[in-house]
Design a protein around this ligand. Sequence first.
Ligand code: PSU
Ligand code: MN
Length: 311
Amino acid sequence: MTDFRISYGTEVADALHDGRPVVALESTIVSHGLPRPENLRVAREIEQAVRDAGAVPATIGMIGGELVVGLDDAQLTRLATVDGVSKLSVRDLAVAAATGADGATTVAATSAVAAAAGIGVFATGGLGGVHREAAHTFDESADLITLARTPIAVVCAGVKSILDVGATLERLETLGVAVVGYRTRRFPGFYLTDGGFDLDWSVDSPEQIAAVLAARDGQAVHAGGLIVANPLPVDEQLDPELHDRTLTEGLARLERDGVTGKAVTPYLLSHFHSATEGASLAVNVRIILRNADLAARIAVASAARTTAVPA
Ligand code: PSU
Ligand code: MN
């Protein structure tokens, strides 16, 4: 009989066993979010950023039907370079496993798998959310409802500006997902430092975020996700004028080409990368590396709390 349980990279298994800090990383940004060949280089850089800040990276994905927490370099290379890698949300995981698929996990799937594996912190670029035409298309990323159900901290630069940011924040409130700004009370807009909306809470340090997670666990009242919104510094954001122009054009093309469903996000990201001649890619990479660094520092602070001798 086939064993469908999660398999672990050795380094990740050891770190989890010893209670050392681990950061989950998604693979959809590698397979569908970033252009080749930079995607593989960036995937490795993200893992290195986590290591540099003192944690063990656990990139999550599916290889030939096997759900892996802590892909090795050959597996990462496979998801970055092979054609036909599926984009897997939570609902796809069992079907993909039973059919022996290669797949990359979205924020939703990565969060769910990470939590099941006992990993509490996850770094990505930008979350999925409510699409601009959602009133007609009902296109709202499964990232939102999954975060409502999953006890994980996700470090991101807000939601991609290709989405309806205000509607996404409203849905997060309805769903009971906590949102805190990292040293800001403005919700970031991924490529842009400021996404145009206020936040209720700002946190100042990895230790304070670790305290939020400890409070959630200590209270045992609400086990939902925590979004840590980490904006790019203003001088590193994509030029807002270039951003707006590219977005308008991308949305028009989307409609012209009749792109729908899970193809929408990769389509718009790839339009940004080609239309800005790599400028958006550079910004995207900076976002992910900064988030990986902060996530690792949160994981380190959390591990220090749990291993500290009580006073
Ligand atoms: N953020 C990025 N690049 C990406 C994504 C997020 O910077 O490629 C991916 C994530 O995996 C996220 C997914 O979960 O896009 C959202 O897709 P959808 O809108 O189809 O739920
Ligand atoms: Mn969607």
